[in-house]
Design a protein around this ligand. Sequence first.
Ligand code: URA
Length: 399
Amino acid sequence: MIQDWLEARREGREQSEKEIQAFVTAVVEDSITRAQAASWLAFVYCKGMTSAETVAFTRAMTESGVTMAWPGLQGPFIDKHSTGGVGDKVSLVLAPLWAELGYKVPMLSGRGLGITGGTLDKLEAIPGFKTDLPLDQLRGVLEDVGCFMNGQTAEIAPADRILYSLRDETGTVPSVPLITASILSKKLVEGLDKLVLDVKCGSGAFMQSAQRAAELAESLHRVGTGAGLEIETHITDMSQPLGLKIGNALEVEEAVECLQGGGPTDLIDLVVQLSGCGERARETLANGAAYPRWRKLLRAHGGDPDAKLHGGGCKTVVIEAPKSGVVTRCDAGDVGRCAHKLGAGRENSGEPVHFGVGVILHAKRGDQVQAGQPLATLHHVDQNLEIALKYIQKSVVIE
Ligand code: URA
Protein backbone atom coordinates (compact mmCIF):
# COMPACT_ATOMS: atom_id res chain seq x y z
CA MET A 1 0.00 0.00 0.00
CA ILE A 2 2.80 2.41 0.87
CA GLN A 3 4.12 2.01 -2.68
CA ASP A 4 0.74 3.24 -4.03
CA TRP A 5 0.76 6.21 -1.66
CA LEU A 6 4.30 7.11 -2.69
CA GLU A 7 3.47 6.77 -6.38
CA ALA A 8 0.40 9.02 -5.98
CA ARG A 9 2.50 11.67 -4.25
CA ARG A 10 5.37 11.35 -6.72
CA GLU A 11 2.98 11.79 -9.67
CA GLY A 12 1.07 14.62 -7.93
CA ARG A 13 -2.23 12.63 -7.83
CA GLU A 14 -4.70 13.59 -5.11
CA GLN A 15 -4.90 11.14 -2.20
CA SER A 16 -8.17 10.37 -0.44
CA GLU A 17 -8.82 11.33 3.17
CA LYS A 18 -8.71 7.61 4.08
CA GLU A 19 -5.30 7.13 2.45
CA ILE A 20 -3.86 10.16 4.23
CA GLN A 21 -5.27 8.96 7.55
CA ALA A 22 -3.77 5.50 6.94
CA PHE A 23 -0.38 7.07 6.17
CA VAL A 24 -0.41 9.06 9.43
CA THR A 25 -1.46 5.97 11.41
CA ALA A 26 1.36 3.99 9.78
CA VAL A 27 3.85 6.70 10.80
CA VAL A 28 2.74 6.62 14.43
CA GLU A 29 2.55 2.81 14.57
CA ASP A 30 5.98 2.57 12.93
CA SER A 31 4.62 0.19 10.28
CA ILE A 32 6.38 2.04 7.43
CA THR A 33 10.08 2.86 7.33
CA ARG A 34 11.48 6.30 8.07
CA ALA A 35 12.81 6.39 4.49
CA GLN A 36 9.28 5.84 3.15
CA ALA A 37 7.81 8.54 5.39
CA ALA A 38 10.63 10.91 4.38
CA SER A 39 9.97 10.26 0.66
CA TRP A 40 6.28 11.00 1.14
CA LEU A 41 7.24 14.33 2.76
CA ALA A 42 9.75 15.12 0.03
CA PHE A 43 7.12 14.49 -2.69
CA VAL A 44 4.69 16.81 -0.85
CA TYR A 45 7.48 19.37 -0.63
CA CYS A 46 8.01 19.20 -4.41
CA LYS A 47 4.46 18.67 -5.69
CA GLY A 48 2.35 20.33 -2.98
CA MET A 49 -1.01 19.21 -1.65
CA THR A 50 -4.58 20.21 -2.44
CA SER A 51 -6.65 22.03 0.18
CA ALA A 52 -8.77 18.93 0.85
CA GLU A 53 -5.61 16.85 1.34
CA THR A 54 -4.09 19.42 3.70
CA VAL A 55 -7.30 19.48 5.78
CA ALA A 56 -7.29 15.65 5.91
CA PHE A 57 -3.58 15.59 6.85
CA THR A 58 -4.13 18.22 9.58
CA ARG A 59 -7.10 16.30 11.03
CA ALA A 60 -5.21 12.99 10.95
CA MET A 61 -2.24 14.50 12.81
CA THR A 62 -4.57 16.08 15.42
CA GLU A 63 -6.32 12.74 15.91
CA SER A 64 -3.03 10.84 16.20
CA GLY A 65 -3.02 11.73 19.92
CA VAL A 66 -5.27 12.99 22.67
CA THR A 67 -7.48 16.03 22.18
CA MET A 68 -8.75 18.34 24.90
CA ALA A 69 -12.37 19.31 25.51
CA TRP A 70 -13.88 21.55 28.16
CA PRO A 71 -17.38 20.29 29.02
CA GLY A 72 -18.92 22.29 31.84
CA LEU A 73 -16.59 25.28 31.36
CA GLN A 74 -17.87 28.54 29.95
CA GLY A 75 -16.02 29.80 26.85
CA PRO A 76 -15.33 31.30 24.43
CA PHE A 77 -12.10 29.31 24.11
CA ILE A 78 -9.45 31.23 22.22
CA ASP A 79 -5.72 31.04 21.49
CA LYS A 80 -3.16 32.64 19.25
CA HIS A 81 -0.17 31.24 17.43
CA SER A 82 2.75 33.24 16.12
CA THR A 83 5.08 31.84 13.48
CA GLY A 84 7.89 33.23 15.64
CA GLY A 85 9.91 36.40 15.76
CA VAL A 86 12.69 38.24 17.57
CA GLY A 87 11.47 39.79 20.84
CA ASP A 88 7.99 38.35 20.30
CA LYS A 89 6.63 38.04 23.84
CA VAL A 90 3.00 38.70 22.88
CA SER A 91 1.68 35.38 24.27
CA LEU A 92 2.94 36.25 27.77
CA VAL A 93 0.78 39.37 27.74
CA LEU A 94 -2.16 38.19 25.66
CA ALA A 95 -3.05 35.04 27.65
CA PRO A 96 -3.68 36.81 30.98
CA LEU A 97 -5.21 39.79 29.15
CA TRP A 98 -7.74 37.60 27.34
CA ALA A 99 -8.48 35.75 30.60
CA GLU A 100 -9.12 39.10 32.28
CA LEU A 101 -11.47 40.04 29.45
CA GLY A 102 -13.56 36.88 29.98
CA TYR A 103 -12.07 34.39 27.50
CA LYS A 104 -10.63 30.97 28.32
CA VAL A 105 -7.14 30.48 26.90
CA PRO A 106 -5.89 26.85 26.82
CA MET A 107 -2.47 27.71 25.38
CA LEU A 108 0.03 25.02 24.38
CA SER A 109 3.36 26.52 23.30
CA GLY A 110 6.71 25.46 21.95
CA ARG A 111 10.40 26.07 22.48
CA GLY A 112 12.62 28.32 20.43
CA LEU A 113 14.72 26.95 17.62
CA GLY A 114 17.03 29.13 15.54
CA ILE A 115 16.94 32.87 16.17
CA THR A 116 13.29 33.07 17.20
CA GLY A 117 12.51 32.56 20.88
CA GLY A 118 9.98 30.14 22.31
CA THR A 119 7.32 30.90 24.92
CA LEU A 120 8.27 27.89 27.07
CA ASP A 121 11.91 29.01 27.34
CA LYS A 122 10.76 32.44 28.50
CA LEU A 123 8.33 31.02 31.07
CA GLU A 124 11.04 28.72 32.45
CA ALA A 125 13.07 31.81 33.38
CA ILE A 126 10.50 32.21 36.18
CA PRO A 127 11.63 30.23 39.27
CA GLY A 128 9.37 27.24 39.86
CA PHE A 129 7.25 27.67 36.70
CA LYS A 130 6.36 24.22 35.33
CA THR A 131 5.55 23.99 31.64
CA ASP A 132 4.78 20.26 31.84
CA LEU A 133 1.65 20.13 33.95
CA PRO A 134 -0.26 16.91 33.20
CA LEU A 135 -3.42 17.22 31.13
CA ASP A 136 -5.70 16.40 34.08
CA GLN A 137 -4.34 19.42 36.05
CA LEU A 138 -4.71 21.83 33.16
CA ARG A 139 -8.50 21.82 33.32
CA GLY A 140 -8.36 23.06 36.94
CA VAL A 141 -5.91 25.84 36.00
CA LEU A 142 -8.13 26.91 33.10
CA GLU A 143 -11.15 27.00 35.39
CA ASP A 144 -9.41 28.93 38.21
CA VAL A 145 -7.22 31.32 36.23
CA GLY A 146 -8.94 31.51 32.83
CA CYS A 147 -5.75 30.48 31.03
CA PHE A 148 -2.82 28.08 31.13
CA MET A 149 0.50 28.12 29.29
CA ASN A 150 1.92 24.65 28.97
CA GLY A 151 4.15 22.60 26.69
CA GLN A 152 2.83 19.92 24.37
CA THR A 153 2.80 16.61 26.22
CA ALA A 154 3.93 13.39 24.53
CA GLU A 155 0.30 12.37 23.99
CA ILE A 156 -0.46 15.45 21.85
CA ALA A 157 -0.18 15.12 18.05
CA PRO A 158 2.59 12.47 18.14
CA ALA A 159 2.49 12.22 14.33
CA ASP A 160 3.63 15.83 14.05
CA ARG A 161 6.55 15.22 16.39
CA ILE A 162 7.78 12.27 14.30
CA LEU A 163 7.20 13.97 10.94
CA TYR A 164 8.63 17.33 12.05
CA SER A 165 11.87 15.68 13.07
CA LEU A 166 12.05 13.88 9.70
CA ARG A 167 11.37 17.21 7.93
CA ASP A 168 14.13 18.81 9.93
CA GLU A 169 16.57 16.05 8.91
CA THR A 170 15.53 16.07 5.24
CA GLY A 171 15.27 19.82 4.59
CA THR A 172 11.51 19.66 3.94
CA VAL A 173 10.42 22.10 6.66
CA PRO A 174 9.72 25.12 4.38
CA SER A 175 6.66 23.67 2.62
CA VAL A 176 3.45 25.66 3.05
CA PRO A 177 1.06 22.64 3.31
CA LEU A 178 3.40 20.84 5.73
CA ILE A 179 3.84 23.94 7.91
CA THR A 180 0.08 24.58 7.82
CA ALA A 181 -0.78 21.05 8.95
CA SER A 182 1.96 21.03 11.59
CA ILE A 183 0.86 24.31 13.19
CA LEU A 184 -2.88 23.69 13.01
CA SER A 185 -2.78 20.05 14.16
CA LYS A 186 -1.30 21.18 17.48
CA LYS A 187 -3.85 23.98 17.91
CA LEU A 188 -6.86 21.85 16.95
CA VAL A 189 -6.25 19.64 20.01
CA GLU A 190 -6.94 22.59 22.32
CA GLY A 191 -10.74 22.49 21.96
CA LEU A 192 -10.92 26.08 20.69
CA ASP A 193 -13.72 28.22 19.31
CA LYS A 194 -11.29 30.64 17.70
CA LEU A 195 -7.61 30.79 16.75
CA VAL A 196 -5.77 34.02 16.00
CA LEU A 197 -2.70 33.56 13.81
CA ASP A 198 0.15 36.03 13.69
CA VAL A 199 2.24 35.33 10.60
CA LYS A 200 5.49 37.23 10.99
CA CYS A 201 7.18 38.65 7.94
CA GLY A 202 10.71 40.02 7.63
CA SER A 203 14.36 39.29 8.31
CA GLY A 204 13.68 37.97 11.85
CA ALA A 205 10.92 35.60 10.73
CA PHE A 206 10.49 32.21 9.18
CA MET A 207 8.76 33.88 6.20
CA GLN A 208 11.06 36.61 4.98
CA SER A 209 9.07 37.91 2.01
CA ALA A 210 5.58 39.41 1.93
CA GLN A 211 4.60 36.90 -0.75
CA ARG A 212 5.62 33.84 1.32
CA ALA A 213 3.94 35.26 4.45
CA ALA A 214 0.71 35.90 2.51
CA GLU A 215 0.84 32.39 1.06
CA LEU A 216 1.19 30.84 4.53
CA ALA A 217 -1.50 33.09 6.04
CA GLU A 218 -3.92 32.19 3.25
CA SER A 219 -3.21 28.47 3.65
CA LEU A 220 -3.61 28.60 7.45
CA HIS A 221 -6.90 30.43 7.07
CA ARG A 222 -8.28 28.09 4.40
CA VAL A 223 -7.22 24.83 6.08
CA GLY A 224 -8.10 25.95 9.63
CA THR A 225 -11.56 26.98 8.48
CA GLY A 226 -11.87 23.71 6.55
CA ALA A 227 -11.04 21.84 9.77
CA GLY A 228 -13.92 23.60 11.55
CA LEU A 229 -12.14 26.38 13.46
CA GLU A 230 -12.84 30.11 13.36
CA ILE A 231 -9.56 31.59 12.16
CA GLU A 232 -8.32 35.17 12.11
CA THR A 233 -4.99 35.79 10.41
CA HIS A 234 -2.69 38.79 10.75
CA ILE A 235 0.56 39.38 8.88
CA THR A 236 2.81 41.55 11.04
CA ASP A 237 6.21 43.14 10.68
CA MET A 238 9.35 41.32 11.81
CA SER A 239 11.89 43.46 9.98
CA GLN A 240 12.91 44.92 13.36
CA PRO A 241 12.54 43.26 16.80
CA LEU A 242 9.29 43.59 18.71
CA GLY A 243 9.72 45.76 21.80
CA LEU A 244 13.10 46.66 23.23
CA LYS A 245 14.14 43.50 25.11
CA ILE A 246 15.31 40.28 23.47
CA GLY A 247 16.25 37.23 25.54
CA ASN A 248 14.30 34.91 27.81
CA ALA A 249 14.24 36.66 31.21
CA LEU A 250 14.47 40.10 29.55
CA GLU A 251 11.30 39.35 27.58
CA VAL A 252 9.46 38.22 30.71
CA GLU A 253 10.46 41.56 32.29
CA GLU A 254 9.09 43.48 29.32
CA ALA A 255 5.85 41.48 29.27
CA VAL A 256 5.37 42.29 32.97
CA GLU A 257 6.02 45.98 32.26
CA CYS A 258 3.28 45.83 29.64
CA LEU A 259 0.84 44.08 32.04
CA GLN A 260 1.59 46.75 34.66
CA GLY A 261 0.63 49.61 32.38
CA GLY A 262 4.03 50.38 30.79
CA GLY A 263 6.01 48.71 28.04
CA PRO A 264 6.92 49.76 24.50
CA THR A 265 4.23 51.06 22.16
CA ASP A 266 4.81 48.55 19.35
CA LEU A 267 4.30 45.65 21.76
CA ILE A 268 1.15 47.18 23.27
CA ASP A 269 -0.26 47.96 19.81
CA LEU A 270 0.32 44.41 18.57
CA VAL A 271 -1.21 42.82 21.69
CA VAL A 272 -4.27 45.08 21.30
CA GLN A 273 -4.53 44.27 17.57
CA LEU A 274 -4.33 40.50 18.11
CA SER A 275 -6.70 40.56 21.08
CA GLY A 276 -9.52 41.80 18.83
CA CYS A 277 -10.85 43.74 21.84
CA GLY A 278 -9.73 47.25 20.84
CA GLU A 279 -9.96 49.98 23.48
CA ARG A 280 -11.14 47.55 26.18
CA ALA A 281 -7.84 45.67 25.82
CA ARG A 282 -5.79 48.88 25.72
CA GLU A 283 -7.44 50.18 28.91
CA THR A 284 -7.02 46.84 30.69
CA LEU A 285 -3.30 46.97 29.94
CA ALA A 286 -2.96 50.66 30.80
CA ASN A 287 -4.58 50.29 34.22
CA GLY A 288 -2.68 47.10 35.09
CA ALA A 289 -5.89 45.10 35.59
CA ALA A 290 -4.50 41.92 33.97
CA TYR A 291 -1.35 41.87 36.14
CA PRO A 292 -2.99 40.06 39.12
CA ARG A 293 -4.15 37.44 36.58
CA TRP A 294 -0.51 36.96 35.48
CA ARG A 295 0.52 36.39 39.12
CA LYS A 296 -2.27 33.88 39.56
CA LEU A 297 -1.20 32.09 36.37
CA LEU A 298 2.38 31.85 37.64
CA ARG A 299 1.29 30.42 40.99
CA ALA A 300 -1.01 27.89 39.28
CA HIS A 301 2.02 26.61 37.33
CA GLY A 302 4.17 26.43 40.50
CA GLY A 303 6.00 29.70 39.76
CA ASP A 304 6.89 32.46 42.21
CA PRO A 305 5.80 35.87 40.87
CA ASP A 306 8.02 37.69 43.39
CA ALA A 307 11.23 35.73 42.81
CA LYS A 308 14.19 37.10 40.84
CA LEU A 309 14.19 35.58 37.35
CA HIS A 310 16.75 32.89 36.51
CA GLY A 311 19.88 33.96 34.67
CA GLY A 312 20.91 36.86 36.94
CA GLY A 313 24.52 37.98 37.24
CA CYS A 314 25.24 38.53 33.54
CA LYS A 315 27.89 41.05 32.55
CA THR A 316 26.83 44.00 30.41
CA VAL A 317 28.42 45.86 27.54
CA VAL A 318 27.00 49.02 25.99
CA ILE A 319 27.18 49.74 22.25
CA GLU A 320 27.24 53.45 21.42
CA ALA A 321 26.10 55.29 18.31
CA PRO A 322 29.18 55.88 16.09
CA LYS A 323 27.63 59.10 14.71
CA SER A 324 24.59 61.36 15.04
CA GLY A 325 21.55 60.91 12.82
CA VAL A 326 18.36 58.90 12.43
CA VAL A 327 18.27 55.12 12.87
CA THR A 328 17.06 53.81 9.50
CA ARG A 329 17.62 50.12 10.14
CA CYS A 330 17.43 47.94 13.25
CA ASP A 331 17.49 44.52 11.68
CA ALA A 332 15.54 41.77 13.45
CA GLY A 333 17.63 39.01 11.85
CA ASP A 334 20.94 40.47 13.05
CA VAL A 335 19.64 41.31 16.55
CA GLY A 336 18.21 37.78 16.75
CA ARG A 337 21.55 36.27 15.68
CA CYS A 338 23.30 38.43 18.31
CA ALA A 339 21.03 37.18 21.14
CA HIS A 340 21.29 33.63 19.82
CA LYS A 341 25.11 33.73 19.83
CA LEU A 342 25.06 35.05 23.41
CA GLY A 343 23.19 31.86 24.38
CA ALA A 344 19.52 32.96 24.44
CA GLY A 345 18.60 30.37 21.81
CA ARG A 346 19.65 26.86 20.87
CA GLU A 347 21.31 25.33 17.83
CA ASN A 348 19.62 21.90 18.14
CA SER A 349 16.43 20.81 19.86
CA GLY A 350 17.00 19.57 23.40
CA GLU A 351 19.90 21.94 24.14
CA PRO A 352 19.59 24.25 27.17
CA VAL A 353 19.25 28.02 26.78
CA HIS A 354 20.74 30.71 29.04
CA PHE A 355 17.90 32.63 30.67
CA GLY A 356 19.71 35.89 31.44
CA VAL A 357 21.60 36.77 28.26
CA GLY A 358 20.20 38.97 25.52
CA VAL A 359 19.90 42.49 24.17
CA ILE A 360 18.21 45.68 25.36
CA LEU A 361 17.72 48.14 22.51
CA HIS A 362 17.83 51.85 23.33
CA ALA A 363 16.89 53.06 19.85
CA LYS A 364 14.86 51.64 16.98
CA ARG A 365 13.98 52.66 13.43
CA GLY A 366 12.99 56.32 13.18
CA ASP A 367 14.73 57.40 16.42
CA GLN A 368 17.11 60.36 16.38
CA VAL A 369 20.43 59.59 18.10
CA GLN A 370 23.55 61.56 19.03
CA ALA A 371 27.09 60.21 18.56
CA GLY A 372 28.14 58.36 21.73
CA GLN A 373 24.57 57.74 22.88
CA PRO A 374 23.83 54.11 23.93
CA LEU A 375 22.23 52.10 21.11
CA ALA A 376 22.04 48.73 22.81
CA THR A 377 23.15 46.88 25.95
CA LEU A 378 24.23 43.26 25.64
CA HIS A 379 23.75 40.97 28.66
CA HIS A 380 26.33 38.23 28.32
CA VAL A 381 28.35 35.51 30.01
CA ASP A 382 31.51 35.91 27.88
CA GLN A 383 30.16 33.38 25.35
CA ASN A 384 30.67 34.37 21.68
CA LEU A 385 30.84 38.04 22.69
CA GLU A 386 32.96 39.14 19.75
CA ILE A 387 30.69 37.67 17.13
CA ALA A 388 27.58 38.92 18.98
CA LEU A 389 29.08 42.43 18.94
CA LYS A 390 29.60 42.17 15.18
CA TYR A 391 25.95 41.24 14.67
CA ILE A 392 24.62 44.07 16.84
CA GLN A 393 26.88 46.61 15.10
CA LYS A 394 25.74 45.35 11.72
CA SER A 395 22.05 45.45 12.76
CA VAL A 396 21.93 49.24 13.01
CA VAL A 397 22.24 51.86 10.26
CA ILE A 398 22.31 55.56 11.16
CA GLU A 399 21.84 58.09 8.36
N1 URA B 1 6.19 25.59 13.47
C1 URA B 1 5.57 24.36 13.55
O1 URA B 1 4.98 24.02 14.57
N2 URA B 1 5.63 23.56 12.48
C2 URA B 1 6.25 23.90 11.34
O2 URA B 1 6.26 23.13 10.41
C3 URA B 1 6.90 25.15 11.27
C4 URA B 1 6.84 25.99 12.37
